[in-house]
Ligand binder design. Structure first.
Ligand code: BDR
Ligand code: CA
Length: 339
């Protein structure tokens, strides 16, 4: 079983990642949030609410960086809905948020369990950059690091060249990759970029299959469904209602951006990689991030051919298996609802 420290901006696909982690052989050490899809505090409340519905209400959730290192905060209600999880609503339990800051949680957890904790980042990299400053031994203290972010061959999903998590805090991303340069290969972060996460294209049919496998009623969302704000799912199981109402919003968002009535579950794949339940191929590379220009803000450039003559700082996922991701997700959901 892997011990996982997750940093999320819940977030529709982050919520899927939480369901995955709740339903597989993983132990959640704590969850911290970075502002991105919604503010860091909203993301923390969404995370806590999700965990509560998943029978993991005891897991510590700490609010992390509210703003990127040197830029104003950004959120994306058009992508993830006003509250961050589409049309879904979860209980908000502000009194249960951790008294520790995200960086305190990271540093204390990693020092208390050296070599045992895998870090999963499905949000902008602000907290990771701050934790690396507070504890430069972080790469040695962690068992591994998995990052959802970047777009190496473009197009991006936020600008023509940049992916959202990297675009929100390009300075943090640049510092993070710099911090890993020259470390042994097994210490390098695994990077799940858009090339591999946009392949995790979820559909209403897959959702209904998952709902039925998990003992819920299907919802039959379709592109013709009249749009309805707020929760309407009636699967018979609260956490599956949240999943369905969140995904209904995400299907509509992707449809409105000409991608079809589908949803790209980026963070789900990263969570499976962190939990050790995904198969993928990798290439060792050098990653750098544009943090100065407006035109190329957050663009990830990689050098597989070693033209820069720099030592590797990342392992990027080069291939994955969407159908295996979907079946592992359905299996995890079925386990998670039983908790
Ligand atoms: C990433 O951006 C966020 O909106 C998603 O949750 C995912 O982490 C994809 O670019
Ligand atoms: Ca995310």
């Amino acid at each position: 079983s892997r011990r996982i420290l997750a940093d999320v901006d819940t977030g529709i696909d982050d919520a899927c990642a939480l369901i995955q982690l709740a339903g597989c052989d993983a132990e959640l050490a704590a969850v911290t949030t970075t502002g991105g899809n919604a503010t860091a505090r909203e993301c923390a409340l969404n995370t806590l609410g999700m965990l509560e519905l998943l029978g993991l209400g005891h897991v510590e959730v700490a609010v992390g960086a509210e703003a990127p290192l040197r830029r104003p905060p950004e959120t994306t209600p058009e992508t993830h809905g006003e509250g961050g999880i589409g049309y879904a609503r979860v209980p908000h339990l502000p009194e249960r948020l951790s008294g520790r800051s995200a960086v305190e949680v990271w540093v204390e957890e990693l020092r208390a369990h050296p070599g045992e904790t895998t870090i999963l980042c499905t949000a902008p990299l602000t907290n990771l950059a701050l934790a690396l400053r507070a504890e430069p031994q972080l790469p040695e203290l962690a068992a591994g690091i998995v990052i959802m972010g970047g777009s190496f061959y473009y197009p991006g999903n936020t600008t023509p060249t940049a992916e959202w998590n990297t675009w929100v805090d390009p300075d943090a991303a640049k510092q993070v990759y710099a911090a890993f340069e020259g470390l042994p290969e097994d210490r390098l972060p695994l990077v799940c970029s858009l090339e591999t996460t946009e392949r995790i294209e979820y559909t209403p049919a897959l959702l209904d299959g998952l709902l039925e496998d998990a003992g819920g009623r299907p919802v039959w969302w379709s592109v013709d469904r009249p749009r309805q704000d707020g929760p309407v799912a009636d699967t018979g199981l609260p956490v599956l209602d949240v999943l369905a109402d969140a995904l209904r919003f995400y299907f509509e968002f992707h449809h409105d951006y000409d991608q079809g009535y589908v949803a790209h579950l980026h963070d789900l794949f990263a969570a499976q990689a962190a939990a050790g339940v995904a198969d993928y191929s990798t290439a060792t590379t050098v990653v750098d991030v544009e943090a100065d220009s407006d035109l190329l803000r957050g663009t990830t450039v990689h050098d597989d051919r070693h033209i820069w003559g720099r030592r590797p700082n990342a392992r990027r996922v080069t291939g994955n298996d969407p159908s295996a991701v979907f079946s592992a997700f359905a299996q995890a959901a079925a386990v998670a609802v039983e908790r």
